[in-house]
Design a protein around this ligand. Sequence first.
Ligand code: AR6
Length: 200
Amino acid sequence: TLRYLYKNKTLVQCRPRFPHRESLLDRVSLFQGDITRLEVDAIVNAANRSLLGGGGVDGAIHQAAGSGLLKECRTLGGADTGDAKITGGYKLPSKHVIHAVGPIYSSSERDIKAAQLEACYENSIDLAIANKLSSIAFCSISTGIYGYPIVDATHIALQTTREILDKESSSGIERVIFVVWSDKDKHVYQTLLPEYFPES
Ligand code: AR6
């Protein structure tokens, strides 16, 4: 279950949920801005099951990558919710795009949605490892058009990432960047990051 505190409607930090690990602090960072500008091994797209583009960050990525991306996406045959597939980056500064399909949120199926969102992060990092990539940038999957509450989604993003980075098998992943667009989302990440990646 997700636990967090609000005081006067403001999200406040809780005690760390994971032990301090100095080496992880260099491997995780927060960036506010346009994910299509990042020069990394892979950016993670918040796609839909068709993998053929859409609005939001998906639209921005296809726009910036050019039509070669859509052409490759047409060969993929879509993907299930929670799954991820990798393509080239085309005109993007990023070498690859990992297309993850987040869940459309509904509060009546919270556990299923949480498991699907967790799978997006897990499958994306697994793909990065399988392709020997060392840097990966995530947008906040499902929290725009798909309506996932940002605080819940951020807990899932951070906890899943921390659990994977704790494993020896992910040692090739040198950097995970969480990309936020709005000030509100930045505040949520800044508040919750120290619970999963405590600085001392
Ligand atoms: N860079 C970084 N983050 C961005 C950018 C950008 N250029 N543009 C938007 N965001 P959304 P979803 C943030 O709606 O909720 C599409 O039609 C945005 O503020 O893009 O998973 C797909 O095809 C939000 O925090 O994705 C699907 O049909 C986050 O990215 C559907 O939307 C994700 O918002 C997926 O919806």
